[in-house]
Write a protein that binds this ligand. Structure first.
Ligand SMILES: Nc1nc2c(ncn2[C@@H]2O[C@H](COP(=O)(O)OP(=O)(O)OP(=O)(O)O)[C@@H](O)[C@H]2O)c(=O)[nH]1
Length: 478
């Protein structure tokens, strides 16, 4: 399934920045480690454990250079970067063959004997590092050439797994002063592999796994805020609780219990974050669908509701009708008492409509002083009773400044209605007639009274009621 995402500008910037920093760091550390190895000096801070070997340092340097080149449009630079990745693959494969036990003596063995093993530490990188760089080189080569998305993501996940295991193992060793699970993979190499594989993924943020986490959607926010803690927290806990046990004499049972409590707590925190974000997005959606003045649904919400009702399976479609309301002589009311008083009156109409309708029906502000009511399970011949209830509620309300009335037009959803426009148009035609026939009254329009396919009522503007809605002339003048 191929999904398109709208990317978040900030997330994209963040990923691009990370990619540049990762490539820079790899170049600096790779170069530093190579020089350090060659000159026998200490340039790169020792993180404990074993030193990085010459071949690993070279792989880091070449991967960093190739990574820096991925953004360029120049073909020859991309070719050069592909060549660097191919060299990384070659060096890693060479190391693996050296370890294979088939008696292959590769570059590192040759270098070792040429430089005099014993005088200098071995040039050979560890087996796991070789596996990691084989995958990292493959990932880079495929990204640079825009090939095999799934395979390169799998390569990335492979490097991630090796790097994470090395970090966890290192944390464990640090805490325990004991044997490492992955004793032969130096921590610096693990960290750089982690940087490198995430760097490759970040260099093309609109593809593969990263495109979800750069999306400007709820899913994108969740991925950005939860992926990294989900990866790193178990690692940090392993370290912290092992440290409590070995260095501070906390018993194993207490350390394990604390580990379980913190892991559960983190999980609960992540779920809470998801729930809070879902809640916020739902409230935002509600706000977008609500008219701020009256608290009723707005035009956008009405369109969605009608769309849903009209697009329901014809055979299962339940009858429903519309009432379209327009306040009578509202302009003089506004002019006489001011806009604020007009707003209060509109708010009061919203309250009256909510109070008058059954819970299953819904009122929407269609625009200005026009409202639309969606009445479920009601046919045209049943509408007058409901409309009369609304007319009475408005008429009988205790208006503080001057009595207000409303005119109402009604129409039923017909089989021929494929969109909301024709239905709204019939309700509008009936409203036009109610206005023409003296206001404070209800009129209805039957299914055949307007031309099918008309473009819907004029709305959200002051109506003069001198002209009937287009497409309903004959019916409107009836
Ligand atoms: N206070 C207030 N007035 C509004 C709002 N929206 C529309 N109106 C006013 O509603 C009035 C509508 O007037 P018209 O459409 O000319 O019609 P009318 O005076 O109600 O007369 P008929 O509809 O012909 O009975 C205009 O004066 C608008 O300014 C609003 O949100 N607040």
């Amino acid at each position: 399934m191929n999904l398109d995402f709208v990317q978040s500008r900030w997330a994209m910037r963040g990923y691009r920045l990370y990619w540049r920093l990762a490539s820079l760091m790899m170049i600096v550390v790779g170069l530093g480690s190579s020089v350090e190895w060659a000159a026998g000096i200490n340039l790169v801070p020792d993180l404990g454990g074993r030193d990085m070997r010459l071949t690993a340092a070279f792989c880091v340097l070449l991967s960093g250079l190739a990574l820096a080149a991925v953004g360029t449009g120049r073909r020859w630079i991309r070719r050069l970067a592909s060549l660097l990745c191919a060299i990384v693959i070659g060096l890693a494969a060479n190391s693996l063959l050296e370890y294979s036990g088939i008696g292959y003596r590769g570059i590192a063995a040759w270098l070792d004997s040429a430089l005099g093993e014993g005088l200098r530490p071995s040039t050979r990188m560890a087996e796991l590092a070789a596996c990691g760089f084989l995958l990292l080189g493959g990932q880079g080569l495929l990204i640079l050439n825009g090939r095999a998305l799934v395979l390169r993501e799998l390569f990335g996940l492979g490097v991630l797994a090796i790097a994470m295991a090395s970090l966890a193992s290192f944390a464990f060793v640090l805490a325990q002063h004991g044997e490492s699970l992955l004793e032969r993979l130096p921590i610096l190499t693990g960290v750089l592999m982690l940087l490198g594989t995430l760097g490759w993924m970040s260099s093309v943020p609109t593809t593969g796994l990263t495109r979800v986490s750069t999306a400007a959607t709820l899913g994108g926010v969740l991925a950005r805020s939860l992926l990294l803690p989900a990866l790193l927290l178990p690692l940090a806990y392993t370290f912290a609780f092992k440290l409590l046990e070995t260095r501070f004499g906390v018993s194993q049972i207490v350390a394990s219990t604390l580990g379980a409590v913190f892991t559960g707590g983190s999980l609960a925190w992540m779920i809470w974050l998801v729930a809070a974000l879902l809640d916020r997005s739902e409230r935002l959606r509600d706000t977008a669908d609500t008219d701020a003045l009256t608290g009723l649904g707005n035009r956008r919400k009405l369109d969605a509701v009608l769309q849903g009702l009209l697009h329901a399976d014809r055979r299962q479609r339940l009858p429903f009708s519309l009432l379209m309301l327009d306040l009578d002589h509202f302009k003089p009311y506004n002019d006489a008492f001011g806009h604020q008083a007009g707003d209060d009156a509109l708010r009061e109409i919203g309250r009256l409509l909510r109070a008058t309708l059954r819970p299953e029906d819904a009122a929407f502000r269609y625009g200005g002083e026009e409202f639309v009511l969606v009445i479920h399970g009601i046919h045209l011949h049943q509408l007058p009773a409901i409309a009369e209830r609304v007319l009475h509620a408005v008429r009988a309300n205790d208006w503080p400044l001057r009595p207000l009335t409303t005119s109402i037009g009604g129409a039923e959803a017909c089989d021929a209605d494929v969109s909301a426009a024709s239905l709204l148009q019939r309700a509008d035609a009936a409203l036009y007639r109610a206005k023409r026939n003296g206001r404070d009254r209800f009129e209805k329009t039957g299914c055949a009274e307007c031309l099918a396919g008309a473009s819907g009522p004029e709305s959200m503007r002051a109506r003069s009621w001198d002209q009937p809605p287009p497409g309903c002339r004959a019916a409107s003048q009836a």
